[in-house]
Design a protein around this ligand. Structure first.
Ligand code: COA
Length: 172
C-alpha cells in the first residue's frame, strides 16, 4: 500500500448536502445496478446531518481532485466515503467506496480507522457489515482490519442476486 501520511493528516470530514452529486457518482461507479438510489442517499445524508449520533456519512477529500475519472467532474474532490448507522450499542457499516484511481492507497483504511476511533470513543460494542459473497477484494480489506466472518445470508443482494457474507468485529 502506498502510504498517504499519518491518519491525523487525513482530510476526512462529515458529508454535507452539497456532497450528494459526488457521492452518487462514486456509488454508481462502485456498485452499478445495485447502487443506492439518489433518494436513499439523500435521506441518509439528511439523517447524518440531523442525527449524527445515529447516522454517519464520512468523506475522504482528494486534495488533488483527480480521483474520479472522466466523465465524472468530481467537483467536490471526493476520493471515498463511508456510511454507517448506530443501532443501540452496535454499529453497522452500510456502504464504503473509493474511486478506482485512489484504491490501494490507504483511503479505505483511513476511513475505517476514523470510524473505528469513533467507535472506541463512544464505547460501542461491535461493528457489523454485509458484503457480497463474490466481493473478495472487500472481504480481504475487512479481514485485514480485524473483521471476521460469522454467517451468510442467502440471496440477500439483487442485480445480480448473490449471497451476503456477514462480518463483524469488536469495537473496543
Ligand atoms: C473495498 C475498498 C473500499 C477498499 O478501499 P481501498 O482504499 O482500496 O483500501 P486500502 O488501500 O486501505 O487497502 C488496505 C488493504 O486491504 C486489502 N485490499 C484492498 N483492496 C484489495 C483488493 N482489490 N484485493 C486484495 N486486497 C485488497 C489489502 O490488504 C490492502 O493492503 P495492501 O494494499 O497493502 O495490500 C475499495 O476497494 C472499494 O471501494 N471497492 C469498491 C466498492 C466496494 O466493494 N465496497 C465494499 C462493499 S461491502
Amino acid at each position: 500500500m502506498k502510504q498517504l501520511g499519518s491518519f491525523s493528516d487525513m482530510p476526512i470530514r462529515s458529508a454535507q448536502t452539497a456532497d450528494l452529486d459526488a457521492m452518487m457518482a462514486l456509488t454508481q461507479d462502485a456498485f452499478g445496478d445495485s447502487a443506492w438510489s439518489r433518494r436513499l442517499m439523500a435521506e441518509v445524508l439528511e439523517a447524518a446531518i440531523e442525527r449524527p449520533e445515529q447516522q454517519l456519512a464520512r468523506i475522504w477529500e482528494d486534495p488533488c481532485g483527480l480521483a474520479a475519472p472522466p466523465p465524472h467532474p468530481n467537483p467536490d474532490r471526493i476520493a471515498g466515503y463511508l456510511i454507517a448507522q448506530v443501532i443501540g450499542r452496535d454499529a453497522e457499516i452500510q456502504s464504503i467506496a473509493v474511486w478506482p484511481g485512489r484504491q490501494r492507497q490507504g483511503v479505505g483504511t483511513a476511513l475505517l480507522h476514523d470510524f473505528m476511533e469513533r467507535a472506541r470513543r463512544k464505547a460501542w460494542d461491535r461493528i457489523f457489515l454485509e458484503v457480497r459473497a463474490g466481493n473478495e477484494a472487500a472481504q480481504k480489506f475487512y479481514l485485514r482490519q480485524g473483521f471476521e466472518h460469522y454467517g451468510r445470508r442467502p440471496h440477500y443482494y439483487h442485480s445480480p442476486t448473490e449471497d451476503a457474507c456477514l462480518m463483524r468485529m469488536r469495537a473496543r
